[in-house]
Design a protein. Structure first.
Length: 245
């Protein structure tokens, strides 16, 4: 099997939750959980972190992974994930036939086997990319609407029928959204992206399912509280270390 290199993206800045990647979650910096997830994955042959944060650089070195200094122009609010990943892949000298596992440092909770499942799916299918997806739950596109600013009138987002005529959650068709847990791409797709949004995913894109709530992506202060509570509860309940991931 070709090399499988995990690149953890962890920039210092964040508007929603300032310093979230180094914020404490269940007794360790948030990014520390993702580092451990990558190091614990059986399919990952090398782990690195791309960051502009000095504290996180020290954390990466302390935990025995490679650290790539992320340039300022790739660490601002408008920087794209794939640009940062390409920079890191080039700095690390990753071979052209390798798989790259892109992980976000602000995801302290993910299933223990998620990375390995995504890597296996990419290898078995020969896909350009595999991403983890969670059910949208009650935030279903069928129930999306428009709320007029002037009158607060509720109208369908699309079509003429509000809620698409579906009133019970149980009757909604399955719909999924990327959950941020894991993304695996081939080096060929990463380094030679197609035109358009997420062109670095390539043309053959596959998905791995997670259950609702299995992945916690820190995008708001309440996400930090939820992740901390989940991981602390598991630790106190005597879960094995792998279960905390």
């Amino acid at each position: 099997m070709s090399d499988v290199v995990a690149i953890i993206l962890a920039r210092a800045g964040s508007k929603g939750v300032p310093g979230k990647n180094s914020a404490p979650v269940a007794g360790r910096p948030c990014a520390g959980w993702t580092i451990e997830h990558a190091k614990s994955a059986q399919t990952v042959t090398r782990t690195a972190m791309s960051t502009d944060d000095a504290q996180l650089q020290e954390l990466g070195v302390a935990l025995g992974i490679d650290v790539v200094a992320r340039p300022a122009d790739l660490a601002n609010d408008s920087a794209r994930v794939d640009d940062a990943a390409r920079h890191a892949a080039t700095a690390l000298g990753i071979a052209g036939d390798a798989l790259v596992v892109i992980l976000y440092a602000n995801v302290p909770v993910r299933p223990a086997d998620l990375i390995d499942r995504c890597v296996a799916a990419c290898i078995e299918t020969g896909a350009d990319s595999v991403q983890s997806y969670a059910p949208v739950g009650k935030h279903h596109p069928y129930w999306t609407c428009r709320l007029a600013e002037d009158s607060a009138q509720v109208t369908p987002w699309e079509g003429d029928t509000l809620n698409n005529g579906v009133h019970r959650r149980q009757d909604l068709p399955e719909a999924f959204i990327p959950d941020g847990g894991c993304l695996v791409v081939t080096m060929a797709s990463l380094m030679n992206p197609l035109p358009g949004p997420h062109g670095f995913f390539g043309s053959d894109r596959r998905g791995v399912r997670t259950n609702e709530g299995e992945v916690i992506d820190i995008d708001s202060p309440i996400d930090l509280i939820v992740a901390d509570a989940i991981l602390c509860e598991r630790s106190m309940a005597g879960f094995p270390q792998d279960a905390l991931r």
